[in-house]
Ligand binder design. Structure first.
Ligand code: CTP
Length: 403
């Protein structure tokens, strides 16, 4: 049932590690290829020799070995699914805070596949507010928590905190992998166009008018569309984010609103799905000085003129079957402005994020959105990691396409 599936198993320091040996056997029996990473303290509970013998692969332990570097990025990309079982309190806390001091965490931070964790700890640790908060945090990052069981614990006490049984963990693995593969092909054959990041409007050769957009939301959406099989072109304004070519996205880099407009008008007719997540400047200097402007008088004013509204222009040429999604970033009268944008720009969906919500909008790794659709649906979502938010937005798009 797991034929050709590549599973990366992380074992951390917990008495429940003995169950992971059983799990390795079950995974192999189900047809999976298994590679195991152990944290240093996991070795106090099970030996690398038993793990490597059972998994039929050498155990991975260190970021570098005998002068050569363990490629954590390649490992993170290799896996179809990463499972950390047992997940100790210590590793949980590192995952919640990105504290990268061993190979397991380095691979976790690089993994592009679904990540499942099976916590194991004594009841008092399990119920401690810091554990509860850390679990909430890693859930927000998109990780899936396999519920703990009740029973006898390592301390000899009875209570909550036992690691799930290997059979139950296996069920979770089946479920996650089938969800991922159901999603992976849903947009195959579809073409998508996404804008992201700020625009810079030049004033002279050294100055510009810009904004604080990081591009993270648009990039997450582009990645999600691509994960589901769409061919994605990403029109990307000047952001700090370094996107490797390996993302599978076709990246069209632009600087100004005019350049973004030209790229979008060119690419739009061929696009089934268009998501305008960029923070496009509304005004640009009426003229750009060829020479650096020198300071002279005490006051200086710059005459600005409106940029073209890209979303609105695309709305005017949109054909039946094309899905057009815009964003609205507001800090007052949010719903009204969002609905106004939906109508005036002839969009199918507007994703509203309010500057009044903590953790939403520019620069954050999280966002809190409400999606408004032209038929009247209004769907609010909780504060979540931007990759998770992107999944919700793409779910709504898929719904529209196949409704
Ligand atoms: N947008 C665009 N071209 C512009 C300005 C905005 O395509 N010149 C798009 C954005 O990418 C976003 C949507 O329009 O999808 C709404 O952007 P926003 O800045 O919130 O709204 P504006 O239309 O610029 O209105 P205002 O600034 O008055 O709120």
């Amino acid at each position: 049932m797991l034929k050709d599936k590549k599973i990366l198993l992380g074992i951390t320091g917990s008495i429940a590690a003995y169950k992971s040996l059983l799990l390795v056997r079950m995974l192999l029996k189900a047809g999976a290829e298994v590679r195991v990473i152990m944290t240093p303290s996991a070795k106090d509970f099970v030996t690398p020799l038993s793990v490597s013998t059972l998994s039929k692969n050498p155990v991975l332990e260190n970021l570098s070995e005998a002068g050569s570097w363990a490629n954590h990025v390649a490992l993170g990309n290799w896996a179809d699914l990463m499972l950390i079982a047992p997940l100790s309190c210590n590793t949980l806390s590192k995952m919640a805070n990105g504290l990268c001091d061993n190979l397991l965490i380095a691979v976790y931070l690089s993994a592009s596949c679904p990540v499942l964790v099976a916590p194991a700890m004594d009841e008092d640790m399990w119920k401690h507010p810091s554990t509860v908060a850390n679990l909430e945090r890693i859930k927000l990052f998109g990780n899936r928590i396999i519920p703990v069981g009740n029973g006898e614990l390592a301390s000899g006490l009875f209570g909550e905190g036992r690691m799930a049984e290997p059979e139950d963990i296996l069920d979770f693995i089946f479920q996650s992998l089938s969800e991922a593969s159901n999603l992976s092909g849903t947009l195959s054959g579809k073409k998508a166009l996404v804008t992201a990041g700020p625009t810079y409007e030049p004033i002279d050769p050294v100055r510009f008018i810009g904004n604080h957009s990081s591009g993270k939301m648009g990039i997450s959406i582009a990645r999600e569309l691509s994960n589901r099989g769409a061919k994605v072109k990403l029109v990307l304004g000047p952001t700090e984010i370094d996107l490797p070519e390996s993302t599978g996205l076709r990246i069209i880099r632009v600087q100004s609103a005019d350049q973004m407009y030209d790229a979008c008008i060119r690419e739009f007719p061929d696009s089934d799905i268009t998501v305008m997540a960029a923070a496009v400047a509304d005004y640009k200097p009426i003229s750009v000085s060829g020479l650096k402007i020198k300071k002279t008088a005490e006051d200086f004013s710059l005459k600005l003129t409106r940029t073209r509204d890209i979303l609105k222009s695309l709305g005017e040429i949109k054909k039946a079957g094309q899905v057009l999604v815009g964003f609205a970033l507001e800090n007052s009268n949010e719903k009204n402005y969002a609905l106004q944008k939906l109508r005036s720009k002839n969009a199918d969906m507007i994703v509203l994020n309010s500057l009044n919500d903590r953790g939403a909008g520019f620069g954050h790794d999280t966002n809190k959105i409400t999606v408004f659709e032209k038929e009247g649906a209004e769907t609010p979502f909780p504060l979540q990691d931007k990759q998770q938010v992107a999944k919700h937005i793409v779910d709504r798009i898929v719904n529209r396409l196949y409704a």
